[in-house]
Design a protein around this ligand. Sequence first.
Ligand SMILES: [Zn+2]
Length: 154
Amino acid sequence: MSVWGFNRTKPMFIEDNMNVEKFVYTLGHGYEKFFQGLKEGKIIASRCSKCGLTYLPPRIYCEECLDEVEEFVEVKQNGFIIGYTIQNIDKDGNELEEKIIWALIGFEGIRGGIFHKLEGIEPDEIYVGMPVKPVFREDRKGSINDIKYFTKID
Ligand SMILES: [Zn+2]
């Protein structure tokens, strides 16, 4: 028991059902370009025309100069691992039969990145800075899952 009155060593979550028949989530201008790009097998970022910073996911206002960002650019798809973690258990604490490797993928000259799964890489061969590339699905819908996973570049 901690001073907070609960055991902090176990993950806390609330499990329940939410009855939602239909919902609409408005993406906004930047994310609309991003997801449309994924549908076309591209990774789209936005670039500030005033200071030149390029954002992924796309931002519509520059964090540095506060200017409106209206330019969208295609990102060179070869990226690199910024950081990663290996998921061994599910949310209930049950051991996973197959571990899932999650990584933040960065791209040269881009501020930000994409958080996604890694496949085709053994955990002991992963390192920060490792070059990786996306593997896209054939049937794309405009979703982050249009990228199946990132894998190493041979
Ligand atoms: Zn700027």
